[in-house]
Design a protein around this ligand. Structure first.
Ligand SMILES: [Zn+2]
Length: 180
């Protein structure tokens, strides 16, 4: 499988303006706060509504308190009421110099999974608006654990296993984001 195969003809991604998304990330990259790693990252996420939200990495003297650009952008979107992401563009490099494709960390891949079906989220790792690599979230995070994994309704075998053979009540279902 060629995981870097061209996805421009994929119906799920055909209409996505990659260059516009990458430009939004490039615009905010100077706002990255990375005094410890000096690795400045920015992300722009395209949501189901058609709106774009941006984020940068924000580090902290207490290192684990920092956050990646991708999660910052996605949480920004979620705080505005978005519940579906279609694509995310990521750019980054040492001291803001983008010389290579920047891949999302594992934690950010899992956060993307919360708000998108794996085959329908496009991850664009860019050097410039015209130079980028793209992969689906499924390619970056195979065999993933997502919201529906906790849905007793859609997985009867899990339902039975947890309830000891008794059907779970409807009220036990969790409210799930729409990611189809
Ligand atoms: Zn990350």
């Amino acid at each position: 499988m060629d995981i870097l195969a061209d996805k421009s003809e994929d119906p799920a991604f055909k209409d996505i303006d990659r260059a516009a998304l990458i430009k939004r990330a490039l615009e905010v990259q100077p706002k990255s706060y990375a005094p410890y790693s000096n690795f400045n990252v920015a992300a722009a996420v395209l949501c189901g509504s058609g709106k774009i939200y941006t984020g940068v990495n924000v580090e902290n003297a207490s290192y684990p308190a920092g956050i990646c650009a991708e999660r910052n952008a996605i949480f920004h979107a979620a705080a505005e009421g978005e519940r579906q992401i279609r694509a995310i563009a990521i750019i980054g490099g040492p001291r803001g110099v983008v010389s290579d494709y920047c891949s999302p960390c594992g934690v950010c891949r899992q956060v993307m999974r919360e708000f998108g079906a794996p085959k329908k989220v496009l991850v664009i790792m860019a050097k410039s608006p015209t130079d980028y690599q793209e992969m689906t979230l499924e390619e970056l995070l195979p065999l993933s654990f997502g919201p529906e994994s906790l849905s007793f309704h859609s997985h009867p075998s899990v339902n039975r296993a947890i309830s000891g053979g008794q059907p779970m009540r409807q009220g036990n279902q969790l409210p799930l984001p729409q990611c189809t």
